[in-house]
Design a protein around this ligand. Structure first.
Ligand code: NAD
Length: 241
């Protein structure tokens, strides 16, 4: 089903993006990964069928350069996964620098890469990664939640504009054990207590693994989801139930 398909994944050097790259490659897809971390170039050593290109999504010129380096005419799947949450804060504590930095990667970066990929996608699937924080109203995450809420709106609008040729869906992960989550814990006064608090609040009593999200992304990209578009799939162990 994914055999011979070309899949572009942003933020593929770590966490959820890396797990998604592995999931698609195992299914026989040709995976093109973008990441601002130069380590993206080494991922092909551990994932056959993977090509990694260093690219900061906050830079339009780097996106255009990365697209030129892809030796492919047609792109079947785009996974907009790259995202940052550098310094959680409420709105009045959020500086303009932090605000625009978040917008630049989480929203404008998604706009730029999606526009570039659409040039080579006559028919295909886009899966965006939002966050449960876009829906739950979590504290100290005003700017991040705003960017992730915009990703949901973008998903719904694009599903209308680009159907039936292109399906556009979105996954909202809950707490997933990645570098981003560990960075959050490091900022807490009692990181291990916070980890346990979050874990215990989840009905399925475990934190998410990157593979949990990769499986949901893979499902939405597959023909098994051929009548699903413009939707938000929450994958959070039941935390939002
Ligand atoms: N981990 C969680 O608990 C969680 C929860 C909800 C949503 N998410 C979302 O899932 C996505 C992946 O998060 P993760 O936890 O795997 O994070 P992560 O920090 O572990 O990995 C993110 C990857 O994206 C790359 N990246 C960041 N900014 C970039 C940019 N400007 N250009 C190119 N690459 C860039 C990083 O270098 C990194 O390799 C993000 O959009 C995040 O907001 C994560």
């Amino acid at each position: 089903m994914m055999h011979e398909k070309t899949v572009v994944i942003t933020g593929a050097a770590a966490g959820i993006g890396l797990a998604a790259a592995r999931r698609f490659a195992e299914a026989g897809a040709k995976v093109l990964g973008l990441d601002r971390n130069p380590a993206i170039k080494n991922i092909s050593k551990v994932i056959p069928g993977f090509t990694g290109v260093p690219c900061d999504l906050a830079s339009e010129s780097e996106i255009l350069e990365a697209m030129k380096s892809f030796q492919t005419e047609n792109i079947d799947v785009l996974v907009n996964n790259a995202g940052i949450n550098p310094s959680p804060s409420s709105l009045h504590e959020t500086t303009e620098k932090v605000w625009f930095n978040l917008l630049e990667t989480n929203l404008t970066g998604t706009y730029r890469i999606t526009k570039a990929v659409l040039e080579r996608m006559q028919c295909g699937v886009i899966v965006n990664i939002s966050s449960i924080l876009a829906l739950s109203g979590a504290r100290q995450n005003a700017a991040y939640a705003a960017t992730k809420g915009a990703i949901i709106s973008l998903t719904r609008a694009m599903a209308r504009d680009h159907g039936p040729a292109i399906r556009v869906n979105c996954v909202c992960p809950g707490a997933v054990q990645t570098d981003m989550f560990e960075e959050y814990l490091k900022r807490c006064e009692y990181p291990e207590l916070e980890r346990e608090r979050i874990r215990n609040a989840i009905p399925l009593k475990r934190l998410g693994r990157p593979e949990d999200i990769a499986d949901a992304v893979f499902f939405l990209a597959s023909d098994s989801a051929s009548w699903i578009t413009g939707q938000v799939l929450i994958v959070d162990g039941g935390d939002s139930a």
